[in-house]
Design a protein around this ligand. Sequence first.
Ligand SMILES: N[C@@H](CCC[C@H](N)C(=O)O)C(=O)O
Length: 284
Amino acid sequence: MRKWTFAKGHGTKNDFVIVRDRHGTVRIDDADVRFLCDRHAGIGGDGLLRVTKASSIPEWEGDPDLWFMDYRNADGSIAEMCGNGLRVFVRYLMEEGLASGESIPVATRAGLRTVQPLIDGRLRCGMGPVRLADEPVTVTIEIPHLGPQGSWQATAVDVGNPHAVCFLEDSDVSLVELDLGREPIWTPADRFPAGTNIEFVEVIDERHISMRVHERGAGETLSCGTGTVAAAHAYARRAGLVDGEVRVDVPGGWVVVGLGEQEATLTGPAVIVARGETWLPDNL
Ligand SMILES: N[C@@H](CCC[C@H](N)C(=O)O)C(=O)O
C-alpha cells in the first residue's frame, strides 16, 4: 500500500482530487488516477490535479520554477487544460502558502496562464487564445435501444483543449431533456482524433447562456470551465458580439466569460473542501 496525502476541491461542482508532488517523484499511473477519482472506491472527482514544479515536466520550455498544473481526467487520460481546475489549483496554492499576489502564473500543457484573485473571493483566469473552426461538425446523441435523440451542427473550438459546441434552438429537445449518459458521436468521425468535449447550449438572453457538457475522459460533469469559454465564444460569433462578458450557467453554478479571441478570461469560484490521507493498493 502507498500512503498519499491529498486535498479535494471544486469549481462550480467540477471536482478534483489534488496531489502535491513538488519534485515530480510520485509515481501516478492511469490506474492510480482512476482509483482516486472513483466515487465509490476512492476519493471521487472528475479529474486529478498534480501540483508539481515545471522543472519536473520535460516538455515545458519556460521558467522551470513555475508551478505546473498536471491535469488528468477521471479515466486517467491527460488533458492539455482545465479551466475550473486552474482556479482550484490556484486556490490550493494560496491556501497552502505556495503562491500569493495579484497575478499568479501557472504553467499548463496549453501554455502559461495567469490567475487573479478578486476581492469578492472569485478567481479570474487568463485562458489564452480561443480558435473557432469554420466547418461545422455534426454531433448526434444516440440513446441505446431508442435511436437518435437529436443531431446538431456543432462549432469546433480550441481552448487549448478540444470542444464541439451545439446550440439547441430549433431543436425538439430542451437542455434538461438531453441524455448525456453516453458519449455523443460526431461526424466526420476523424474530426477529433484525440476525442473532444461536447457542449450543449441554450440562449437565455443577449449576454447569458446555459450549458451542459459531456467531457472527454469524465462523462457528463456539472461544469467545464474551458467548455464555458468555448460555448461563450461560439455564441458570440452567432450573436455578433466581439467583446464584453457572457454569463454561462451550468448545472453546478455559473461563471463569467470575458470575450477575446486572443486572450479570453474565465471568472468563477473555487473552494478546497477536504484534506486527508489515502492508501493506494500496490497492484491496481
Ligand atoms: N473540466 C475541465 C476540462 C477537463 C479536461 C477535459 N475533460 C479534456 O479532456 O479536455 C474544465 O473545467 O475546463
